[in-house]
Design a binder for this molecule. Structure first.
Ligand SMILES: O=C(CO)COP(=O)(O)O
Length: 214
């Protein structure tokens, strides 16, 4: 399983979480990445943890004030990027453009979506992975894998119908090792989570608990 820890704009210490994720990944053999704010990508990548951007846009260099370009994100040390997160939605043409821009920069891509129908559409754009995250469960206490197991299974089927090479992740409300295990049993090959680590009193202990059953 791949575990991607999205720090969103939570007031945690990104370096503390990154160092913990690096150590827990090394000790457990589980692939763990941290996705900080764009301004923290270089510092987080310097810890040695796999680092992802939370967003890149479709633009190349030019007159695009406020853009997050894929190339500087990659140059800062990111290995991949989320695209179209529930809290950073894009228009269809811009999702496509962002996937292409990320590919040109050598970034792995994960296009987020609300439901299985959107997962099929996202998979058709040819990203490396897609992630189903029901918005109503994001930030809550109940895991998507428990609250709505069918959405994960249907997302896996929808992506496979379009392109079997696209990995399927799930997220929202995941906070325990049992949640991660259940997501895997439903066919997901990775999970996205945020509050379970970023808002934990002890992020390192939270990460250790996540990988414990794997
Ligand atoms: O949006 C998410 C990850 O990208 C999920 O957030 P929570 O883990 O806080 O539900």
């Amino acid at each position: 399983m791949f575990i991607l820890v999205n720090l969103k704009a939570y007031p945690c210490d990104p370096i503390e979480v990154a160092a913990a994720a690096r150590d827990v990944a090394a000790a457990s053999g589980v692939r763990i990445a941290v996705s900080p704010q764009a301004a923290d990508i270089a510092r987080v990548a310097d810890t040695g943890v796999e680092t992802w951007a939370q967003h890149v846009g479709p633009n190349g260099v030019g007159s695009h004030t406020g853009s997050t370009l894929a190339e500087p994100v990659a140059d800062a040390g990111a290995a991949g990027t989320l695209i179209n997160h529930s809290e950073r939605r894009l228009r269809l043409a811009d999702i496509d453009g962002a996937v292409r821009a990320a590919e040109r920069a050598g970034l792995a891509t994960c296009v987020c979506a609300n439901n299985p129908a959107q997962i099929g559409a996202a998979a058709a754009l040819g990203p490396d992975s897609v992630a189903v995250e029901p918005p109503e469960l994001i930030g809550g206490d109940v895991s998507v894998a428990t609250a709505d197991p069918g959405i994960v299974e249907d997302a896996v089927a929808a992506a496979a119908d379009v392109d079997e090479s696209v990995e399927v992740y799930c997220g929202a409300g995941i906070s325990s090792g049992a949640d991660v295990e259940t997501a895997g049993e439903l066919g997901a090959s990775g999970i996205l989570l945020a509050s379970g680590v970023a808002k934990a009193d002890d992020p390192r202990a939270a990460l250790e608990a996540l990988v414990e059953p794997l």
